[in-house]
Design a protein around this ligand. Structure first.
Ligand SMILES: [Fe+2]
Length: 460
């Protein structure tokens, strides 16, 4: 049992302005985790209350969301500016200050943490703080325990680390071990005893635990009513773990984000595409996961071929998000290739079969009606399910007749579906075998095949 050491006088005061309770708890916990000096966090769900707190407390840092229940985060920033407060303002939102330069002048923002990458943003923020103030190098020895929220523990379902109870405000007693399951019903009756009294040892907070918190953040954001392009970027972050398993490092995955964001900014200006993507069921999430994963794989494999120009990758990523614009039905999108379709054919009615077999042509027609169609995308869409040896559809072209862009698009599309079908049990050798038995190592498919193989071989 450890004795609680009384807090120091110069405790840092942090205001968190966030209207999502679950997110607030995670944010509060991560801030406690990262600050190695003593901190006191104060919470506000609204701009109005935040401003009252700022007026009555000496707040060192204010972490603030953009879209609040009553007002905008910029109302909190304005209060700080008008009252000449020394509070450092950190925008913590799915939006960036660059999107609203008038609301968030660059020189008034201390830092920006972009959701969902909260823990990554916090790490960079604390690097900045520590670099700016070298005296902070002397860390507090008294802050060995960080508070754990009861609701957060219940939502995680099991103990993310050993859990300690602060007894009589003086001693910490270990009451649960890492990995123990949490029965929410049993916990109800302890609520008053446990409230604000549960702690973890700071150094028990490991990468595994931060990963769990990141997943919880992504899940919360997925259910929030946020714009589709932000949801897709949240999906991108969710996929990091899955792509790492197949040999794509987090840095490689992160690099694909810039071009995906660029394409998204363009396509959501087309009402037909915006409507299509918004109708994809985000909770079930298969379509958006597929299109985002497909885009990541395209961006990485294209770099290994002659199609590595920005223009080509832009077209291919664009095509990934609109490939099935003529149909919304996850059952169809899960079909891996034409062979897979022929095996599952009887699960679909005659009309459904026809809808599926015609969707490359129909999608191409829809895209040609756009106000500003992107040159080259229609051919990729038309060829999206063609395979070597004329085994694909709708035109049964062969591995020489298909365009290089179409070949790369198709093979990475099949790879994406393989990964999503098998998730953590995806086996690289199985996919290598699949590619060779279907002759993807020939003709225009060969470059993409070699690119994929070079990544998979690091995992076999
Ligand atoms: Fe398709």
């Amino acid at each position: 049992m450890d004795q609680l050491i009384k807090p120091e006088a110069n405790i840092l005061k942090i205001l968190i302005v966030e209207d999502n309770d679950a997110l607030l708890e995670i944010l509060s916990m991560l801030i406690n985790h990262h600050f190695e000096t003593l901190v006191e966090t104060i919470h506000s769900p609204t701009a109005k209350l935040a401003n009252t707190i700022l007026a009555t407390h000496k707040i060192d840092y204010c972490f603030c969301d953009h879209q609040l229940i009553d007002d905008l985060g910029s109302d909190v920033l304005n209060f700080i500016i008008l009252n000449k407060l020394k509070t450092k303002f950190i925008l913590c939102s799915s939006f960036t200050p660059e999107m609203f330069p008038l609301n968030y002048p660059k020189d008034k923002i201390f830092f920006n943490i972009q959701k969902p990458d909260i823990s990554e943003g916090l790490e960079q923020l604390f690097l900045k703080i520590n670099q700016a103030n070298s005296s902070n190098k002397e860390k507090s020895q008294h802050n060995d325990y960080v508070p754990l929220s009861l609701n957060l523990l219940i939502s995680l379902g099991k103990m993310p680390s050993d859990v300690y109870l602060l007894k009589d405000n003086t001693v910490f007693e270990k009451i649960y071990s890492k990995g123990e399951n949490i029965d929410p019903k049993a916990w109800d009756k302890f609520e008053t005893i446990y409230l604000n009294k549960l702690f973890a040892k700071r150094h028990d907070h490991n990468d595994e635990m931060i990963n769990e918190l990141d997943k919880a953040i992504n899940q919360i954001l997925a259910n929030e009513n946020i714009p589709i392009d932000r949801k897709i970027l949240a999906t991108h972050s969710q996929l990091k773990e899955l792509v790492e398993m197949i040999g794509i490092t987090p840095t490689m995955a992160e690099m694909t984000k810039a071009i995906i964001s660029e394409v998204l900014a363009k396509i959501i200006t087309e009402p037909i595409i915006l409507k299509f993507l918004s109708n994809c069921q985000f909770n079930e999430n298969y379509e958006l996961r597929l299109y985002t994963l497909h885009s990541i794989l395209i961006s990485i494999i294209a770099k290994k071929t002659e199609l590595d120009s920005h223009q080509n990758i832009y077209r291919l990523v664009y095509a990934a998000f609109v490939q099935d614009i003529s149909m919304i039905e996850p059952r169809f999108q899960k079909i891996i290739d034409h062979k897979d379709f022929l095996e599952k054919k009887n699960e679909f009615s005659a009309d459904e079969q026809s809808l599926y077999l015609n969707h490359p042509t129909q999608s191409q027609l829809i895209l040609n009606q756009l106000e500003d169609p992107l040159y080259g995308v229609d051919r990729i869409i038309k060829e999206q399910h063609e395979m070597p040896n004329k085994l694909g559809f709708p035109n049964q072209i062969n591995e020489i007749e298909i365009s290089p862009m179409g070949a790369l698009f198709n093979l990475t599309g099949i790879w994406s579906r393989f990964i999503l079908k098998n998730e953590k049990s995806f086996h690289p050798q199985d996919f290598l075998d699949y590619m060779e038995s279907n002759n993807f190592h020939h003709g225009r498919f060969m470059d993409a095949y070699n690119g994929i193989k070079s990544i998979l071989l690091t995992q076999v």
